[in-house]
Design a protein around this ligand. Structure first.
Ligand code: AMP
Ligand code: MG
Length: 345
C-alpha cells in the first residue's frame, strides 16, 4: 500500500522546527522522532483519529497498542492510574528506556490502546523527543518508526527508507544510543513485575531496586497457536530479514568451528564478534566486540536491515546470545529474527 504524503526531513532540528513539529502533531499529523531506544512514529495521543494513521503508515495491525511518551514521569497520573511500583520505577529509571503498563484513564482513546483497558507509558531521555513533548503539552503516542515486520529504525536513513512519503515530518536526532526498543513491565497488585519485553533496563537492574520479576512466556519462547502474549506486539513476526536466520547455540569455540566451513561463501553471511577468528572472512558481518553487549545492541537492527539489500544471501548464521543483562533483549530480538530456528553445536 503506497502512501503519498509530502515528507519534510529535518536534519538538524532547531527550536522553531520542533515548534512546527508540535503544531503538526496538535493538528493530527505524523512525525517520526528520534529517541534513545529506536526512532518512533509519533501522533497526538489524545486524538482518537490520529492513531489509525500510524497503523496505516506502518501497515500494522490495529490491535497492537502504542506507547504514550511523556515529558515527565509525574504526568502519568493524568492519563493512567499510577501505583507505588510505578513511582519506584520512575525514580530509578525515568527518563529512560522503560515502559510501564498501567490502567488507562478515559482521556486516552481506545484507538491508541488497541481497545485494551491499559496504557503503556514511557518518558524518553533523548533531548529532541523530550523537548518536542514539552512543546506539545500532550503525550505523543508512538510505535517504532518502521514498516510492520521490518527491524526497528535506529538512524534517520532507516526512517527515510521506510517512512518517506508516509509521514508529514522526519526529525533527525542521530543514531539511537541504545538501539533496541524499551523494556516493558507490567506491575502486579503485589508490587512484583511481569517483564513483557526485555530491553536496556535489565532484569538485574530491576531486581537491584528490590523488584521481583517474572518473564512473560513470549520473551523466550514461541507461543502456541491461540496463545496470547501480555504485550500484543510480541506475537507478530518481527525483525526478520528475507534470508533465513539460524542461531548457533553452544560454547564460543564450537560456534566458531561451526561457522568456519561457510567462510567466504557469497550465499551465506556470518554474524560474528569483532574478536572472532572468522571476523576476517569476506562474508563476516561484525555485531560488535564479544564483551560489549551495548555495542551489539546498537548495531543489531542496522545489521539485520542491511541483509535486505543483499538478495544473494539466503542464509545467515549468528551466535545465540546468553541471557545476562541486555543479552536477554538481544536473545529475544534475535530469536524473533530467526523465527526460533536454533541449531545446537
Ligand atoms: P513498539 O511501538 O513497536 O515498540 O511496540 C510497542 C509495544 O508495546 C508492543 O509490543 C505492544 O504490544 C506493547 N504495548 C503497548 N501498549 C500495551 C498495553 N497496554 N499492554 C501491553 N502491551 C502494550
Ligand atoms: Mg515495533
Amino acid at each position: 500500500m503506497e502512501q503519498n504524503i509530502y515528507t519534510k526531513i529535518v536534519y538538524a532540528p532547531t527550536e522553531d522546527d520542533l515548534k512546527n513539529a508540535a503544531d503538526l502533531l496538535r493538528r493530527g499529523g505524523l512525525v517520526a522522532i528520534p529517541t534513545e531506544t529506536v526512532y518512533g512514529l509519533g501522533v497526538n495521543a489524545l486524538l482518537a483519529d490520529a492513531a489509525p494513521k500510524v497503523y496505516a503508515a506502518k501497515g500494522r495491525p490495529s490491535d497492537n497498542p502504542l506507547i504514550i511518551h511523556l515529558a515527565a514521569s509525574d504526568e502519568a497520573e493524568k492519563y493512567a492510574v499510577t501505583c507505588n511500583a510505578y513511582y519506584k520505577l520512575a525514580s530509578a529509571f525515568m527518563p529512560g528506556p522503560l515502559t510501564v503498563i498501567l490502567p488507562k484513564r478515559e482521556c486516552i482513546p481506545d484507538s491508541v490502546t488497541g481497545g485494551l483497558a491499559t496504557v503503556a507509558v514511557r518518558v524518553p531521555s533523548h533531548p529532541i523527543a523530550h523537548r518536542l513533548i514539552e512543546l506539545c503539552g500532550f503525550p505523543i503516542a508512538a510505535p517504532s518508526a518502521n514498516l510492520s515486520g521490518r527491524p526497528s529504525t535506529t538512524t534517520v536513513e532507516h526512517v527515510i527508507e521506510d517512512m518517506n512519503g508516509r509521514v508529514d515530518m522526519i526529525l533527525n536526532g542521530g543514531a539511537s544510543d541504545i538501539g533496541l526498543e524499551s523494556t516493558i513491565v507490567l506491575p502486579k497488585e503485589d508490587g512484583s513485575l511481569v517483564l513483557l519485553r526485555p530491553g536496556a533496563i535489565t532484569v538485574e537492574m530491576l531486581e537491584e531496586e528490590g523488584f521481583t520479576v517474572t518473564l512473560d512466556k513470549a520473551v523466550t519462547e514461541r507461543l502456541q497457536e491461540g496463545e496470547r502474549p501480555l504485550a500484543p506486539g510480541m506475537k507478530y513476526r518481527h525483525y526478520a530479514p528475507h534470508a533465513r536466520v539460524i542461531l548457533l547455540s553452544g560454547e564460543r569455540e564450537a560456534v566458531q568451528a561451526a561457522m568456519e566451513p561457510y567462510r567466504d561463501r557469497t550465499d551465506v553471511a556470518l554474524v560474528c564478534y569483532a574478536d572472532d577468528p572468522v571476523a576476517d572472512a569476506s562474508n563476516a558481518r561484525v555485531l560488535g566486540a564479544f564483551d560489549r553487549r551495548d555495542e551489539q545492541a546498537r548495531n543489531l537492527f542496522d545489521l539485520l536491515r542491511s541483509f535486505d539489500s543483499s538478495p544473494e544471501i539466503t542464509r545467515i548464521y549468528a551466535t545465540l546470545p546468553d541471557r545476562k543483562e541486555i543479552g536477554l533483549a538481544l536473545f529475544n530480538r534475535m530469536l524473533k529474527a530467526a523465527g526460533y530456528d536454533i541449531e545446537e553445536v
